[in-house]
Design a binder for this molecule. Structure first.
Ligand SMILES: C[S@@+](CC[C@H](N)C(=O)[O-])C[C@H]1O[C@@H](n2cnc3c(N)ncnc32)[C@H](O)[C@@H]1O
Length: 231
């Protein structure tokens, strides 16, 4: 999909490698991500909506998880899955995921998803907070790669951020909704430029329909969107 020389892709990989030990603070609304009780409650309510929807979806069989990070969602997949193949570029993220899950039903592949080619098909493909990091010019190729991971009856589930300036870290400035890159900081102040694309659920659903997908994209409260395919 891209050459390893692509500077934003490289910087994004490096950012997440460095961020791995502090990554969960974002999801748990700790430190710079603690935006007060009201915002935090909205966040966790939205998490619960997606978790319940994922449980109903029941990601069964051999699940391919793209960009699994520290395993915040891998652990939600595991009770449903027969096995999971998890592909992430960061060895630090993979190590944290492995120690969270401690399961011989999870296999890890360290790879750049913009270069990785699936060697087989899977029953379910899942990705959380990954689509927004796919550069717009790779959108179609990314979905082509996802398609090549699927057999006829396979399904897809994904979750991602809605544009919500109050939910990012206190020292992050969210650009305009149409901007596709942003600057992210670590706790020690180091800054990285990464890709962050926000989607409007109906527009994303239409775009995927135009590519031949049957995917319903919904909002979860104020914070997230999530998509699930039907066969
Ligand atoms: C926003 S985190 C999402 C992690 C996890 N899915 C979650 O919901 O908590 C993005 C993940 O993508 C991984 N990543 C970044 N660039 C990548 C690339 N080019 N190929 C594979 N993984 C990549 C990072 O290491 C990180 O684990």
């Amino acid at each position: 999909m891209t050459t390893p020389a692509d500077p934003v892709i490289r910087q994004q990989i490096e950012y997440y490698r460095q961020r791995a030990p502090e990554y969960d603070e974002w999801f748990l609304r700790q430190g710079r991500y603690d935006r007060g009780p009201k915002s935090n409650r909205q966040w966790f309510d939205a998490v619960e909506i997606v978790r319940c929807s994922l449980d109903v979806f029941a990601p069964a069989g051999h699940v391919l998880e793209l960009a699994p990070g520290t395993g915040l969602w891998t652990e939600r997949l595991l009770p449903h899955a027969r096995r999971i193949t998890a592909v992430d570029a960061s060895p630090e993220m993979i190590a944290l995921n492995r120690s969270r899950l401690r399961s011989d039903r999870v296999e890890y592949i360290q790879a750049d998803l913009f270069a990785w080619q699936p060697q087989q098909t899977y029953d379910t493909v899942f990705f959380s907070f990954w689509l927004s990091h796919v550069p717009p010019e790779h959108f179609e190729a990314f979905w082509g790669m996802v398609r090549s991971c699927l057999a006829k009856t396979s399904r897809v589930f994904f979750v991602d951020s809605l544009y919500q300036p109050d939910m990012t870290a206190r020292d992050h400035r969210l650009g305009e909704p149409e901007e596709t890159t942003t600057v992210r900081r670590l706790n020690d102040g180091r800054a990285f430029q990464i890709v962050k694309v926000f989607y409007d659920p109906p527009a994303l659903q239409q775009r995927l329909t135009n590519l031949g997908w049957k995917i319903t994209v919904s909002s979860a409260g104020e914070c997230f969107l999530f998509g699930k395919s039907s066969v």
